[in-house]
Design a protein around this ligand. Sequence first.
Ligand code: SF4
Ligand code: SF4
Length: 158
Amino acid sequence: MDDEQLRPNFWEKYTLDQLTTAEWEALCDGCGGCCLEKFLDDPESPYEVEYTDVACKLLDCSTGYCSNYENRQQFVPECVSLTADKLPDMMWLPSNCAYKLIYLGEGLPKWHLLLTQDIELTKQGMREDGVGVAGRCVSENQVNEDDLEDRIVRWIQA
Ligand code: SF4
Ligand code: SF4
C-alpha cells in the first residue's frame, strides 16, 4: 500500500462511502474473521452469530490471508464483496473489523496498522487481543459439513 494514496486520518474525516479504493482496502486488518464458516442464528438479529474455526477453502490458514484474492469470485462465488451499502446487514462481522467499527462510529483498534504504521507492532497487538484466524483455523476441505456445529468457537465474536 502506497501511503501517498491515503488522505491523512481519512477514517476519521470521511464516511465509508466517501473513501477511495485504496483507503477502503487499507481499513482491512487482514484478520480473516469474515472468511470463517458461521451460523447466522437469526437473520433479523445479525449480531447473533456463531463462528466456527472452519475456513473458506481459499483461506491460507497459516497466514489468515486469502490465497487468491484477485480471482476469488471465480472460485468462491458466494464470497461477499464488502461495500459500504452492505454493511448495515453485516453486523455479524467480528468486533475488531474496522469496517464495522467505523460504520458504528467507533475508532480503530489501537493496534491497527493505520495507527501504528508498524506491521510488527500491529501483529503483536492483534496477538495480545486474540485477533486473527492465522494458525487456529482449518480449511473447509478438511472438515465434514455435518461436523460444523462441533467446530463452533468463542474466540471470535460479533
Ligand atoms: S473481518 Fe473485516 S478486518 Fe477482518 S479480514 Fe474481514 S473485512 Fe478485513
Ligand atoms: S474467497 Fe478469499 S476472501 Fe473470500 S471468503 Fe474465501 S478466503 Fe475469504
